[in-house]
Design a protein around this ligand. Structure first.
Ligand SMILES: Cc1ncc(COP(=O)(O)O)c(C=O)c1O
Length: 458
């Protein structure tokens, strides 16, 4: 057959292919420059960057890496490795990597059945993201006052429960631990779901059980300021498959999480309008390493705090933060409440002058979104759409809403937060550093307060 006839014949019929090879030689979509941009972000010196660049020139980049979790062709992506690590560390069957703690909370509330006409009981001290995530799930946050642990006061939950309440959302604040035994008792009595916000206490335990595994769902922020985390990220852990599936639909609404992406729903309610809170491969690459180090970090922080606490003397004017499980908390802060705001300011200034890093809000400081009474967008029912649903919507009114936010709804939180002194601890303190910090705290407290009384530190 002539060459011309061979070319005209369809490839399907054994003819010559129209395109037998591509001449154009491209560059990888993601290659040396992108890699070097990450190296630069790590703060590597210019001289060493040049060395790394020279080494990379020998690498066969081809198309370059594919930096997304799905369809990468890898045996295990970094996101999958991070989720597997989370399942192992927390001992749960389900874990979802998310791009933020807020995303994890939003998915958690949807997973636990929050929606129009429902309420979730949130603590008066924590962070606004928890209450906002309830609103994102189209529920209404109701604030519960705290006790001297700065966590939700279990004795005050019951009077906030209405026929609309579907979940409790205890936040474990600044390395400490909520009284999960008492909270779970209330939840069981009223058949409520529990979403633990563990963003500030990743790695802590409540009497031997890891935080995040006691309630139905645990939500974590894995952002740079948290105990572990590189930049921005989050994590959701769950014990029940259905909750994991509902949360997955929020985190990855394109169906990529399903065994068959485009299959019809396997059951009513499997598919609904979700969002995208997928974690990036680059962030996951950092977080899988960070999560592996979690227990080591927590052990060091705990050791430091306990060494210091054991050396502190009781003072009549000082109420130490109540520790619901002194041995289980992370312990990166040591907190106490002087008798009034002025005393708190004096003590904080004196501690800083002793070289002990600490802070207090003080009388003149402005709003702070760690305290419910300052959470304006929630309290004012401000939503981007201006229609104020779900905070005042028809469905909610029909069921007896809206919740009223009236200052002071949570007077204990307002009072304790104003006079709280927070000493920041460092996991790398040596035993001598701990002794020096404890001596410094005793020195300052002895100068301003009277030794003695019942207020012991642990
Ligand atoms: C208690 C609490 N919940 C949720 C979040 C939100 O996490 P992210 O910033 O990763 O969305 C934070 C962050 O500071 C937090 O402290």
């Amino acid at each position: 057959m002539s060459n011309i006839r061979q070319r005209e014949k369809l490839g399907l019929q054994g003819g010559m292919k129209a395109v037998s090879r591509i001449e154009g030689r491209g560059e990888p979509k993601i290659g040396i420059d992108e890699f070097m941009s990450i190296v630069e972000r790590f703060g590597i010196s210019r001289a060493n960057r040049e060395r790394i660049r020279a080494l990379l020139r020998d690498e066969p980049w081809e198309a370059g890496p594919f930096l997304a979790n799905y369809y990468s062709g890898l045996k295990e992506t970094k996101v999958q490795a991070y989720e597997a690590m989370a399942r192992r560390v927390f001992g749960v069957p389900f874990a979802i990597a998310t791009s933020s703690g807020t995303g994890a909370l939003h998915a958690a509330f949807v997973a636990t059945g929050v929606g129009p006409g429902t309420e979730v009981i949130c603590p008066a001290v924590g962070f606004i993201a928890t209450a906002q995530a309830v609103v994102l799930a189209r529920g209404v946050p109701v604030f519960c006052d705290v006790d001297a642990s700065l966590a939700m006061d279990p004795a005050k939950i019951e009077k906030l429960i209405t026929p609309r309440t579907v979940a409790l959302a205890p936040t474990h604040v600044m390395g400490s631990v909520c009284d999960m035994g008492a909270i779970m008792k209330v939840a069981r009595r009223h058949k409520l779901r529990v979403v633990e916000d563990c963003a500030q206490s990743c790695g802590a335990h409540w009497h031997g059980q890891r935080l995040g595994t006691i309630g139905d769902v645990g939500a974590f922020s894995i952002a740079a300021y948290k105990i572990v985390g590189g930049g921005e990220g989050g994590l959701l852990i769950a014990k029940q498959q259905r909750m994991w599936e509902r949360a997955s639909q929020v985190v990855e609404s394109g169906g990529l999480w399903r065994p068959e992406r485009f299959a019809a729903p396997r059951y009513k309610g499997e598919l609904f309008c979700g969002a995208n809170y997928r974690l990036s491969e680059l962030e996951a690459a950092i977080d899988v390493v960070q999560l592996r180090r979690l227990d080591g970090m927590v052990k060091r922080f705990r050791g430091v705090k306990q060494r210091i606490l054991k050396r502190l003397k009781p003072y009549r004017e000082i109420l130490p933060q109540k520790l619901n499980d002194a041995a289980g908390e992370v312990g990166y802060t040591l907190r106490f409440f002087p008798a009034d705001v002025r005393l708190a300011e004096q003590i904080a200034a004196a501690l800083n002058a002793e070289g002990i890093s600490c802070s207090t809000r003080g009388r003149k400081s402005g709003p702070d979104w760690h305290l419910a009474s300052f959470m304006y967008p929630v309290l004012a029912r401000e939503l981007a759409s201006g229609d104020n649903c779900p905070l005042t919507c028809h469905e909610y009114r029909k069921r007896g809403g809206p919740a009223r936010y009236q200052a002071p709804d949570c007077p204990v939180a307002d009072d304790l937060f104003a006079r709280l002194v927070t000493v920041n601890l460092n996991q790398w303190y040596s035993p001598r550093d701990c002794a020096n910090v404890a001596a410094g705290i005793n020195k300052v407290l002895s100068a301003y307060c009277k030794e003695g009384g019942e207020n012991v530190w642990m």
